[in-house]
Design a protein around this ligand. Structure first.
Ligand SMILES: C[C@@](CO)(OP(=O)(O)O)[C@H](O)COP(=O)(O)OP(=O)(O)OC[C@H]1O[C@@H](n2ccc(N)nc2=O)[C@H](O)[C@@H]1O
Ligand SMILES: Nc1ncnc2c1ncn2[C@@H]1O[C@H](COP(=O)(O)OP(=O)(O)O)[C@@H](O)[C@H]1O
Length: 294
């Protein structure tokens, strides 16, 4: 890796989209305790925003409706990503004024922190003119978290290994998504630690689905293995799943990642947006579309 590319002068902004695990099978466990996963991952249009501009030293300012829960965070993933990229690029005096517009709930199973870290890597690589290949960037991302590599591309993907083995997703039809969180944060390590029982098989997925109904029918045959331990530790998740399933037009509902955010699939984005408005106002809720593979 070099710092040989022409740096960008103006501020660089990157979206940090919410990651949604349409299924999540825990297929094994490594000797170091990390779990082997099989997951079909999509990215919603709900997103944080990371902006990087030139500056002396590296500083981060926070804004947006969900910034409050991060104010006390000494080691924001955006700064960790910046420090790591600067170190790998051999930059002596890296300078960046970073801004995080936080709209996604923190510690909620939609990888907001991972998406922020990935967005910071993309933004700073452009700002500093760092030339880095995709393999090297993915290895760097993995050091920040198991979910960061998939968030780099921020497009539909099949995710395996502990999160670092990425391959093409089936061809997805257009569909809408509702996300709902009961405003309870959930710590990922606790949920993995509470999981028990035999490991799941890798899911058999087709080359693609013709429409949202067909996709939802296939997904109903799969599961999120972290859902039972998450509900045991955080019972309101069951209520969120019940409310999502009862929305008009919902084709299936499931928890994402280690929770507590749950999602429901709809035939289109407009139906999803209408349905989200029917959920309790004291929940974090969102309805809209997902980013396609192209
Ligand atoms: C569960 C998932 C599914 O996409 O999503 P989230 O709930 O975080 O959104 C991810 O695997 C989370 O990825 P990420 O949040 O980046 O995890 P990390 O920071 O690397 O790890 C946090 C902790 O989760 C556990 N962990 C994480 C990933 C993995 N494959 N196996 C694990 O056992 C470990 O206890 C680890 O110490
Ligand atoms: N920019 C950030 N956004 C969210 N969480 C962050 C960030 N930086 C550090 N964190 C820490 O990472 C943890 C996991 O956050 P997050 O990625 O939102 O969870 P999840 O992967 O479950 O959605 C939080 O508890 C928080 O302490």
């Amino acid at each position: 890796m070099t710092a040989g590319q022409r740096p960008v002068v103006g501020p660089v902004t990157e979206l940090a989209r919410a990651k949604v695990n349409l299924h999540l099978h825990v297929t094994g466990r490594r000797a170091d305790g990390y779990h082997l996963l099989d997951s079909l991952v999509v990215f919603a249009d709900a997103a944080d925003e990371v902006t990087a501009a030139g500056g002396e030293g590296m500083a981060l300012s926070l804004g947006g409706p969900e910034a409050g829960s991060l104010a006390a965070e000494a080691d924001n993933l955006v700064l960790r990503a910046g420090r790591l990229l600067a170190e790998m690029a051999g930059l002596d005096r890296p300078g960046a004024a970073l801004r995080l517009e936080k709209r996604l709930p923190v510690a909620s199973g939609i990888g907001g922190g991972s998406a922020d870290a990935a967005a910071a890597l993309r933004a700073l690589a452009r700002l500093w003119g760092v030339e880095i290949g995709p393999t090297q960037l993915a290895a760097l991302a993995l050091r920040l978290g198991a979910d960061v590599p998939v968030c780099l591309a921020s497009r539909p993907a099949r995710m395996q290994g502990v999160g670092e083995v990425l391959s093409s997703a089936p061809v997805l039809p257009p569909f809408g998504l509702v996300l709902a969180n009961p405003r309870i944060s959930v710590a990922t390590p606790r949920i993995f630690a509470a999981r028990s029982g035999p490991f799941a098989p890798v899911a058999e997925l087709p080359a693609g689905w013709k429409n949202a109904e067909e996709m939802a029918a296939a997904l109903r045959g799969l599961r999120n293995d972290l859902e039972p331990p998450a509900i045991a530790l955080c019972p309101p998740i069951a209520e969120v799943l019940g409310a999502l399933s009862a929305l008009p037009g919902a084709l299936m509902a499931r928890m994402s990642g280690s929770g507590a955010t749950c999602f429901a699939i709809f035939p289109d984005a407009a139906a999803a947006a209408r349905a989200a408005a029917l959920l309790p106002q004291d929940w974090w809720r969102w309805g809209g579309s997902v980013r396609s593979a192209t």
